[in-house]
Design a protein around this ligand. Structure first.
Ligand code: KG4
Ligand code: ZN
Length: 363
């Protein structure tokens, strides 16, 4: 089976084509991603209207390129998959409407994909990772701990109550004038900084569970910055190092709890058990080192998909499309674009990190 996947829920426009053999193994036939950093850089963050327009302009060209790279025509595809949420709604519509048009025009099934499910399955593009595994998803839009029990079966252990970890990096970097995207810039700046100079709050200190919160950290960092008299490069480096260390600590301490919960739930899972880290923040070396330590201490191995499939991409969307198509799970042309769409709907209802529906967390 061969599926085209489309992605446009944040600031990457992407198209990919994957093929699945009867034994479940997958081959990436084409994989195209177009970033928009230059368009958003003047504003220090993703501007939804600019993102939506850029996706709409780029999407059909990327589809043509992906088909040419794979040496296929639309008629050769078995299905068209697109992210249909969660994400910036104008952007989500670009991929979803393109997919609907192709599906209708070519008479192919449409598969509406939850972007988070794409991240959850992304390690399986590059290796045949067995279920169950624990996933920490840390990006600019999401911070969640999930157990992937099988295709379509995800159990959320915790998620952010306010900002995502990547947002905390980006917004702090913006305050310090480090440019966009802020995460990589802050990491570079932190290299020459003293991570012990400023005391930052420990988010959700003493609170049980696996939820996250980064808004307090972000505010504290801004107050420290605003309180500095004519801040120097060294001040900038020191605050970067402190913020990075605080985010790494917050992520690793919650992950420690989730690892213990995973072992309780699946005492017979095959060893070594896997902790998967996905999302752009997984590129951060301090975060990765902290997670390596937690994983090793709990007897897990840390699995990080190659960076191109760790950040937003369409290969992971095509993979979900293939898995769903193989199970006969296809969607009608009335499939909605959704700004919010929890992966574990039951947990989001019974145990919302904060509110639900429109009041729920962005992540
Ligand atoms: O997964 P991703 O490419 O896109 C989504 O947000 O969906 O993640 C982007 C996020 C941004 O917030 C970016 O600043 C952060 O990942 N990021 C980093 C690093 N590289 C990317 N954060 C900290 N350190 C990095 N090296
Ligand atoms: Zn993402």
């Amino acid at each position: 089976m061969t599926v085209l996947g489309l992605e446009s829920s944040c600031d990457e426009t992407a198209a990919a084509i994957l093929r699945r053999e009867v034994d479940g193994s997958v081959t990436v036939l084409a994989d195209r991603v177009l970033g928009q950093n230059d368009a958003h850089a003047p504003f220090g963050g993703v501007v939804p209207e600019i993102a939506a327009r850029a996706h709409a302009e780029a999407m059909d060209g990327l589809v043509s390129q992906a088909l040419a790279e794979a040496g296929l025509a639309v008629a050769d595809l078995d299905g068209i998959a697109a992210t249909s949420g969660p994400g910036l709604i104008g952007g989500v519509m670009a991929a979803l409407m393109t997919a609907k048009g192709l599906a209708l025009g070519a008479g192919k099934p449409l598969i509406a994909v939850n972007h988070l499910e794409g991240h959850a399955l992304s390690p399986r593009i590059s290796e045949p990772l067995a279920f169950p595994y624990l996933l920490l998803l840390v990006s600019g839009g999401h911070t969640q701990l999930l157990i992937a029990e099988g295709v379509g079966v995800y159990h959320r252990l915790g998620s952010t109550m306010d900002d995502a970890a990547g947002e905390a990096f980006d917004k702090t970097a913006k305050v310090m004038g480090l440019g966009f995207p802020g995460g990589p810039a802050l990491e570079r700046c932190a290299q020459s900084g003293d991570a012990t100079r400023f005391a930052l709050p420990v988010p959700l200190k003493g609170k049980p569970g696996c939820d996250f919160s980064f808004a307090g950290l972000k505010t504290a960092a801004r107050q420290i910055w605003d309180g500095l008299d004519a801040p120097s490069d060294q001040d900038r480096a020191d605050l970067s190092a402190c913020v990075q260390a605080a985010i790494a600590r917050a992520l690793s301490s919650r992950t420690r709890r989730a690892l213990a919960m995973f072992v309780d739930r699946f005492p017979d899972a095959s060893r070594p058990m896997a902790l998967v880290v996905a999302g752009g923040v997984a590129a951060n070396k301090a975060v990765r080192a902290a997670l390596e330590d937690e994983a090793a201490a709990a007897g897990f191995r840390l699995v990080a998909p190659p960076m191109k499939w760790c950040t937003d991409n369409a290969a992971m969307i095509a993979l979900v499309g293939l898995e769903k198509l193989a199970r006969g799970q296809i969607d009608g042309l009335d499939a909605p674009a959704r700004a919010r769409w929890p992966l574990d709907g039951a947990a989001a209802k019974s145990d919302p990190a904060i509110g639900s529906g429109r009041k729920g967390p962005k992540a």
